[in-house]
Design a protein around this ligand. Structure first.
Ligand SMILES: Cc1cc2nc3c(=O)[nH]c(=O)nc-3n(C[C@H](O)[C@H](O)[C@H](O)COP(=O)(O)OP(=O)(O)OC[C@H]3O[C@@H](n4cnc5c(N)ncnc54)[C@H](O)[C@@H]3O)c2cc1C
Length: 236
């Protein structure tokens, strides 16, 4: 909707500086959805700037399961899924879901992890893979390092944007966070009323967030940016 303003709850902190520049695509957030979007756009020949409000990645535990479809998307765009597998948990260690009385207690049962048996490969080129989210994010960051089409800037917070027929005008600030580790998280399910307004698009948890059960969050973010990258490339 031309002329519409979008604003986050982020507030400029004292001492921050404002910057206005030109880029074909601004990606807000350098976790899996944003990092992979920048990577896919680059492979499709499109430059982007990625801004991330935190200066460093926080290592809080989150996703651990990459779905077969996510790995197919990685592979389609030249990411080495064998290398990704080597960075994660070996299948022999991740094959069982164990039920225990406590972390050092008795095992009272176990089930095979879904979609991890050899039969999976009869229907899919990839089987589900366990890898800690921060490790996968670092892998993606490494792939972007030195990419002339991607500029990753940390410690920069998106504040607000307006758009008209000439494009989107975005305001961001250099933030001055000194938080070492903090990641509030509430079990919830939410979906945005709209996924895009003209040239401003939502993806990943910004568009929809799930309880972690069934491992849908990161994997659906990957599916979002697979679609968005092609859509942006088609209209560039
Ligand atoms: C305990 C737990 C277990 C989970 N298990 C799974 C699983 O097995 N499988 C699965 O698929 N998913 C799982 N998830 C969900 C998964 O972690 C999320 O879906 C995923 O992180 C979403 O990625 P994202 O890039 O869309 O968003 P986020 O990871 O939230 O990243 C958004 C980024 O944007 C940055 N940002 C926010 N606002 C601004 C701003 N104004 N300016 C600049 N930067 C900004 C943030 O700092 C952050 O780095 C789990 C989550 C939890 C908490």
């Amino acid at each position: 909707m031309p002329g519409q303003t979008f604003t986050t709850t982020e507030q400029p902190t004292p001492g921050s500086s404002e910057t206005l520049e030109t880029t074909p695509v601004l990606v807000v957030g350098a976790e899996p959805t944003g990092l992979l979007l920048a990577y896919l756009l680059s492979k499709l020949g499109i430059e982007s700037i990625v801004i991330e409000k935190y200066p460093e990645r926080l290592g809080a535990p989150k996703d651990h399961a990459l779905s077969p479809r996510s790995l197919e998307i990685c592979r389609q765009f030249g990411l080495d899924t064998i290398a990704i597998r080597k960075l994660g948990t070996p299948r022999t260690d991740a094959y069982w879901v164990n039920f225990v009385t406590n972390l050092s207690g008795d095992q009272v049962g176990r089930l095979p992890y879904e979609r991890m048996g050899p039969a999976t490969l009869k229907a899919n080129p990839e089987m589900i893979h366990n890898i800690p989210q921060p490790v996968f994010e670092q892998y993606l960051t490494d792939q972007l390092s030195g990419d002339p089409r991607v500029e990753l800037r940390t410690g920069i917070a998106f504040i607000t944007c307006t758009q008209d027929s000439g494009g989107v005008v975005i305001v961001w600030v250099c933030s001055t966070y000194s938080i070492l580790s903090y990641r509030p998280w509430l079990l919830s399910r939410k979906v945005a009323k709209q996924y895009n307004i003209a040239n401003v698009l939502l993806a990943g948890d910004a568009a929809h967030s799930f309880p972690p059960t069934a491992g849908l969050g990161l994997n659906s973010g990957i599916a979002d940016v697979h679609n968005i990258a092609y859509t942006i490339a088609a209209v560039q």
